[in-house]
Write a protein that binds this ligand. Structure first.
Ligand code: ATP
Ligand code: MG
Length: 246
């Protein structure tokens, strides 16, 4: 049995008086891939941002590698080095080259040796067919290329957990495949532990071990991907899959 990497117990989150997440419970083990799915506004981004300390929560606990997370700024800053996150918007620094963007975290935050990080970055760029882009600026790249760089920028920090929030949602259709392929490779070859928010259900069915189905801020189903996509237990999940033409 793989080691439990993160667990969430009885987590509630409010925006002001309004409760966005209700009693969220789940855990993810090393090497596992979770697909977090659900209708728009169900709280997927809120949950994934909470798991990275970008959103405060009011009740419940998050445990990482067996240690309860102290929900303060300093603890999260430290922990965030272990948890990579890629968003829908690429958030690359426009004034830095691709290599400059990739080197920033490892050299400035982790204080690692620049030469060593550069060699590792170069390997990742080659692996994801971006070797020629090291000296380019973000404005010179396509959306798909920028998103692949954003993934590399997270990977080079050696995260134990990767969080992805709709990373293909703003891409042109022909760019989507290349980005999904990287995530699939990270799952199947690297056995990276990942939580993926996605509307690409065919992809989710292929890479995910576990599905969390969120609706109205509540986890309506927490089940194996196989079960969820072939025989969902709740009417809400059935309706959701039908609405997605799955
Ligand atoms: N900063 C905020 N302040 C107040 N309410 C918010 C905030 N961010 C999100 N919400 C609300 O919380 C709910 C969940 O939003 P969230 O963005 O997490 O949904 P989502 O599942 O990611 O949706 P989508 O699929 O459209 O990205 C929504 O009702 C949203 O309006
Ligand atoms: Mg969202």
């Amino acid at each position: 049995m793989a080691t439990e990497l993160m667990r969430v117990d009885h987590l509630d989150k409010y925006y002001g008086d309004w409760q966005a997440l209700h009693n969220i419970n789940f855990s993810i083990h090393e090497g596992e891939v979770i697909a977090l799915v659900g209708p728009s506004g169900s709280g997927k981004s809120t949950l994934i941002r909470t798991l990275n300390g970008l959103e405060p929560y009011q009740k419940g606990t998050i445990t990482f590698e067996g240690k309860k997370v102290t929900p303060d700024k300093v603890s999260w800053q430290k922990l965030r080095q272990e948890i990579g996150m890629v968003f829908q918007s690429y958030d690359l620094f426009p004034n830095l080259t691709v290599m400059g963007n990739i080197l920033l975290g490892p050299t400035k935050v982790q204080k690692r040796d620049e030469g060593e990080v550069k060699a590792e970055a170069q390997k990742l760029l080659e692996r994801f067919e971006l070797a020629d882009q090291a000296d380019a600026y973000p404005r010179q790249l396509s959306g798909g290329q920028k998103q692949r760089i954003a993934i590399i920028r997270a990977l080079v920090m050696h995260p134990k957990l990767m969080l992805f929030d709709e990373v293909t949602a703003s891409l042109d259709p022909e760019m989507v495949r290349g980005v999904l392929n990287i995530m699939q490779e990270l799952a199947k070859k690297d056995h990276m532990t990942m939580i993926i928010v996605t509307h690409e259900l065919t992809f989710a069915a292929k890479v995910a071990d576990q599905v969390l189905f969120l609706e109205d801020g509540r986890l309506r189903e927490t089940t194996s991907a196989k079960q969820f996509f072939t025989n969902p237990q709740t009417d809400r999940a059935k309706e959701f899959l039908a609405s997605m033409d799955y």
